[in-house]
Design a protein around this ligand. Structure first.
Ligand SMILES: [Zn+2]
Length: 277
């Protein structure tokens, strides 16, 4: 009992510092415990992991990954069920963030407040995207590491509260990279193509890559695709080109990362944009 208490204290201590590494007998967890962030963990092989209401995919080697939504509560719980059936609960402190307010004006009004007859189309498209996101592999393709899928000035950041033509709308979940129309888009990490839609109402040309274990990249507003559905891609492979399709004010790539339905901050995976883009 004493050792378990001590371990819990270590964990609380480690988790209070974003980016801290931590290891002990049952659970090791390494990552940025902040809204939009993620952590990689290890448990004894054969254990199950639950994070809030997610059943986390745990590899035969005991490795797993969890992500923290834009609006993740400050206090969450990770539960490990050991092979002997015993259960350990780890309280987690997720650091809150302050998000920018982004005002975009001059958008076509039907893209901000779609007419009733377009709402069915939007709902059907959202279901398609959710279905693509639901097909996640147990592979760990994300082990390839990460590069920027396009290079250029960052014109939109994760989490911004958006005011479109003066009306508050959904937050912005992607990172926007401005680049000339037709510039190559490359796979930021290994994975499999799970969605190719040339003309979604809001996101235009939309491509999704499953990186494994619930982690998926989505690319919006693309002009063209150079891969096929189900194709395995390696980091750096060209997947298509930058465009300005859908609800967009100019050529750019909007890159977003999900862990299941949780929206993560792509820049926390890849790091800052190189200065010499
Ligand atoms: Zn965007």
């Amino acid at each position: 009992m004493i050792s378990r208490l001590a371990c819990l204290m270590c964990l609380i201590f480690a988790l209070s510092m974003p980016g801290a590494g931590f290891a002990q007998q049952t659970l090791s967890l390494d990552g940025t415990l902040i809204q939009g962030g993620f952590a990689k963990g290890t448990v004894p092989p054969g254990s199950q992991v639950r994070y809030d209401d997610h059943d986390v995919i745990v590899g035969s080697d005991g490795r797993f990954l969890i992500g923290f939504h834009r609006d993740e509560p400050a206090e969450t719980v990770l539960t490990v069920i050991l092979p002997d059936g015993s259960e350990q609960r780890y309280p987690m402190n997720i650091q809150p963030r302050e998000y920018d307010i982004q005002r975009l004006n001059g958008l076509p009004e039907e893209k901000v407040t779609p007419p009733q007859d377009v709402l069915d189309r939007i709902a059907a498209e959202a279901a398609k995207v959710r279905a693509a996101r639901a097909q996640n592999s147990a592979e760990t393709w994300y082990d390839s590491g990460w590069i920027w899928p396009a290079r250029g000035p960052i014109t939109g950041v994760f989490g911004s509260q958006r005011i479109l033509n003066g009306e508050p709308r959904q937050p912005h979940y992607g990172v926007d990279v401005a680049a000339p129309e037709g510039s190559p888009v490359v796979a930021p990490a290994d994975g499999v193509v799970t969605l190719l839609e040339p003309d979604l109402y809001f996101s235009g040309g939309t491509l999704m890559i499953d990186h494994g274990r619930g982690l998926a990249s989505t690319f919006l507003h693309m002009k063209s695709f150079s891969v096929t559905l189900g194709q395995k891609v390696k980091q750096g492979d060209e997947i298509g080109t930058v465009g300005t399709t859908g609800r967009s004010t100019g050529p750019h790539l909007d890159w977003r990362i999900n862990w299941f339905e949780s929206r993560l901050d792509a820049t926390l995976f890849v790091g800052p944009m190189p200065k010499d883009f």
